[in-house]
Write a protein that binds this ligand. Structure first.
Ligand code: GLN
Length: 260
């Protein structure tokens, strides 16, 4: 009999503990959604730009779709392109989405998600220019190249001739691609090296410019995440895979880059 009581008491204690655990975890009200902070440079149409006060573009919609899948609230920080990686490294931002090319050098500082788009570096020139092909681009001091600072266009163009560049002295860096294009229009630079989709948008918005019919470099765009934050990297990769499977990724890209 004593033994029976003892067992009953133990069972009751366990039952009470189980109840405490279960009841304790029931939230009083729905917990507030966690924030997912993305850094971008909203001067890169059609990936990220502003319409009035609103951020729009492929990257903005992909980030929103990822946040939705993670049950988080998206917060957008519009910063200089060159400060995105540093901010991701120091946890100021959870992720950088900015038409950002995966490079070996950047991979030493941050991790990248799976790639969600391809970028091509192209060359914009004035339509009446005698630069008609990549062979006409010279790093001999006879011409200047405009780039957006800290982008791959900048990094490659500023490199030495033996590495395929035109030399740092021949490159002028601007804060945005739009500023570089302005410099091309006023003759301060004779060529702008930039990603193909913004190039198309800039040429469309400005008369007298054209894109050389050649690929200067082909690249993968991906999302930058801090090296330690492997948990977020995995969640983002899973979300991207789902978005791809659902056709949502293609839908977002097609909305901004209609197939011809
Ligand atoms: N794809 C280029 C890079 O990663 C440019 C990106 C941008 O200007 N937003 O450097």
């Amino acid at each position: 009999m004593k033994k029976f009581l003892k067992v009953t008491a133990i069972v009751m204690v366990f039952a009470m503990l189980a109840c405490f655990a279960a009841c304790g975890s029931a939230p009083e009200k729905e917990a507030e959604k966690e924030t997912l902070v993305m850094a971008t440079n909203a001067a890169f149409p059609p990936y990220e730009y502003k319409e009035g006060d609103e951020f729009v573009g492929i990257d903005i919609e992909i980030a929103q779709a990822i946040a939705d899948k993670l049950g988080m609230t998206l917060e957008i920080k519009d910063v200089e392109f060159g400060s995105i990686i540093g901010g991701v490294q120091t946890d100021k931002f959870d992720m950088g989405i900015a038409g950002m090319t995966v490079t070996d050098e950047r991979l030493q500082s941050v991790n990248f998600s799976t790639s969600y788009a391809t970028g091509i570096q192209v060359v914009i020139v004035a339509s009446d220019s005698n630069i008609k092909s990549l062979d006409d681009l010279k790093g001999d001091g006879s011409m200047k190249f405009g780039v957006q600072q800290d982008t791959t266009g900048d990094i490659y163009a500023s490199d030495t001739a033996e590495n395929g560049g035109y030399g740092e002295d021949n490159v002028i860096r601007y804060k945005t691609g739009a500023d570089a294009v302005q410099a091309l229009k006023t003759g301060k630079v004779q060529a702008v090296i930039i990603d193909n989709e913004p190039a198309k948008a800039f040429v469309e918005a400005n008369e007298g410019l054209e894109i050389l019919d050649a690929e200067w470099a082909r690249e993968d765009y991906a999302i930058a995440i801090a090296k330690e934050n492997t948990e977020l990297l995995e969640k983002v990769n899973n979300a991207l895979a789902e978005l791809e499977k659902e056709g949502k990724l293609a839908e977002i890209i097609d909305k901004y880059i209609p197939a011809k």
